[in-house]
Each structure stands twice: as structure tokens, then as C-alpha cells.
Design a protein around this ligand. Structure first.
Ligand code: FES
Ligand code: FES
Length: 157
């Protein structure tokens, strides 16, 4: 059964039609044309599909597209302001916090959600906030350093 859904994605009003059992991840990638969120597992274990829904970090593989009705969705595509990268993106590049990049959109969104609520996180808090995101390449340290550097940058310290 197909249902019409009206939502807001990265600040824009977006309407789409989807099957009632279709995940938000599949809707974003296959119907809305936003392929930044990745499917690593499809079962809520890897965080590669992370997006922010009404301010809360979620695994979009565990959310139905119809659940986005009337809600605000933020994806990695909305991080930059045109050609101006978000500080997280800049610091990930500077700290070489990505290799294959499959996990990176999820880490960026998880880090964004963390810094919005906690602009001065400890290393432990960063690692805890990113614990739902798996990376097979970097060993995590560079990602943590990039988030620490972003937090300092955004605080102006
Ligand atoms: S694809 Fe959603 S958590 Fe892995
Ligand atoms: S950079 Fe390859 S999985 Fe994280």
C-alpha cells in the first residue's frame, strides 16, 4: 500500500509517496535522491544510515518513511552551506578521519547531534556518543580527534 508523506528535509518541504513498510533510509536514497545515508547492516547495528529526526539521532534503517510525516529530517547533504563545508566536514578532512568513507555520513550526523546538545564534550562523551557508529578503517582515534577539534573550533577556543 502506497502512502503520501509530507515532511521537511534539510529545511525544504518535501513530499513523497512510499510503501507503508518502506524504511526512511530507502525513501531517502531511492525516492528523494539523497544517497548520503548508507546501508551498512539494515538492522540498526552500524550507524551508517544515521540521520537526525526532529533533533534526535536515529538509524534511518529502523524508521519507516511514513513516520517522517510532519517531521524534520536532517541528512548529511544538509551539513554544508553550499560550497562552505560544515566545521565537522573540514575537521574530518584535516584529521584524515575517513578512509573508505562508507561510515562517514553517519559519524558526521552523530557528531552533529552530540555537539548540538553538548558543545564541550569530553573524549569519553564523544566516544559514548559515537558508540553506535562502526568504522572498519580508521581505528576511531582520528574521528574522535576531529570531533574534539570541531568542538573547540565551534566554541572559538
Ligand atoms: S544500516 Fe542502519 S544501522 Fe546499519
Ligand atoms: S572509513 Fe571505512 S568504514 Fe569508516
Amino acid at each position: 500500500m502506497t502512502q503520501l508523506v509530507n515532511t521537511q528535509i534539510n529545511g525544504d518541504a518535501v513530499g513523497f509517496a512510499c510503501e507503508i513498510d518502506e524504511t526512511l533510509l530507502d525513501v531517502l536514497r531511492n525516492r528523494v535522491g539523497l544517497s548520503g545515508a548508507k546501508e551498512g547492516c539494515g538492522t540498526g547495528d552500524c550507524g551508517a544510515c544515521s540521520v537526525i529526526l526532529d533533533g534526535t539521532l536515529v538509524c534511518s534503517c529502523l524508521v519507516l518513511g511514513v513516520e517522517a510525516e510532519g517531521r524534520k529530517v536532517e541528512t548529511v547533504e544538509g551539513l554544508s552551506d553550499g560550497a562552505d563545508l560544515h566545521p565537522l566536514q573540514t575537521k574530518f578532512i584535516e584529521h584524515a578521519a575517513l578512509q573508505c568513507g562508507i561510515c562517514t555520513p553517519g559519524f558526521l550526523m552523530a557528531a552533529k547531534a552530540l555537539l548540538k546538545n553538548n558543545p564541550d564534550p569530553t573524549e569519553e562523551e564523544i566516544r559514548y556518543a559515537l558508540a553506535g557508529n562502526l568504522c572498519r578503517c580508521t581505528g576511531y582515534d582520528k574521528i574522535v580527534r576531529a570531533v574534539q577539534a570541531t568542538a573547540a573550533d565551534m566554541r572559538g577556543s
